[in-house]
Design a protein around this ligand. Structure first.
Ligand SMILES: Nc1ncnc2c1ncn2[C@@H]1O[C@H](COP(=O)(O)OP(=O)(O)OP(=O)(O)O)[C@@H](O)[C@H]1O
Length: 221
């Protein structure tokens, strides 16, 4: 297995920490959560759980910079101050974000060009997720689980400190779920951070905390 090494912190002398302070979110007439604060240390995963509609995806989108909170803020500390939070994270949402007319390998090469060629080659990343033999196929003909594997391969072609994952194992079979958990543990063991929403228990290793939404929500890692 290829080890993922975190990019240099650019002279910063403390371990990276994700700090969310006083986050509130309202969608339509519903207040989803109010003044939610948490911290995540390097090498830790925080799993957001709660019933449908509790606000898990909304929280992840706020951290990923895709949704503005009603109040509060999110910051990474101990990393290169010249990089924005967005430049230091991967967001894997419900949508696999694939271009159906491009081949499997071309999709990955595209993302590597966009996100930065700091990780594995497309060929190696495809091997890591078990798509090694399918690289020339158009992405449009992949099964749902194969599309998800390809989306996961995106995390590997560009090294980024924080993985924000919304239901990452949707459509994955048991073997692929276990493989994904292994990749996640690798990422954490190299000092990465993972914020994930899931209804499926995933073995991300020993440094995992849970943040429950749906009632008064607090948590941290
Ligand atoms: N653009 C929007 N406008 C109004 N309400 C929205 C919007 N997007 C989401 N919501 C509402 O916000 C609430 C939280 O949605 P969210 O997707 O964050 O929940 P979730 O916890 O991720 O749910 P699930 O477990 O079903 O994925 C839901 O009631 C949803 O209908």
């Amino acid at each position: 297995m290829n080890q993922l090494e975190m990019p240099s912190a650019g002279g910063a002398n403390t371990a990276p920490i994700l700090h969310a302070q006083g986050l509130s979110c309202q969608r339509g007439q519903r207040k989803l959560f109010s003044r939610l604060s948490f911290e995540m240390q390097a090498g830790h995963a925080l799993i957001v759980v709660g019933p449908n509609g509790a606000g898990k995806s909304s929280l992840l989108r706020i951290v990923a910079g895709l949704l503005t909170p009603t109040e509060g803020n999110v910051a990474l500390r101990g990393t290169d101050p010249d990089l924005s939070l967005k430049e230091q994270l991967h967001y894997l949402g419900h949508d696999d974000a694939l271009k159906g007319a491009l081949s499997v390998r071309e999709n990955l090469s595209f993302w590597r060009d966009v996100l930065g060629a700091t990780g594995l080659s497309p060929a190696d990343a495809l091997e890591e997720v078990g798509l090694g033999g399918l690289d020339r196929l158009p992405a449009s003909v992949l099964s749902a689980g194969q599309k998800r594997r390809l989306a996961i391969a995106r995390l590997l072609v560009s090294k980024r400190l924080l993985w924000v994952l919304d239901e990452p194992t949707t459509a994955l079979d048991v073997t692929a779920q276990a493989r994904f958990a292994e990749l996640a543990r690798d990422h954490l063991s190299c000092g990465g951070l993972i914020l994930a929403a899931t209804h499926t228990p995933l073995d991300f290793g020993p440094n995992v905390s849970e943040l429950r939404l749906g009632k008064a929500a607090t948590g941290g890692a």
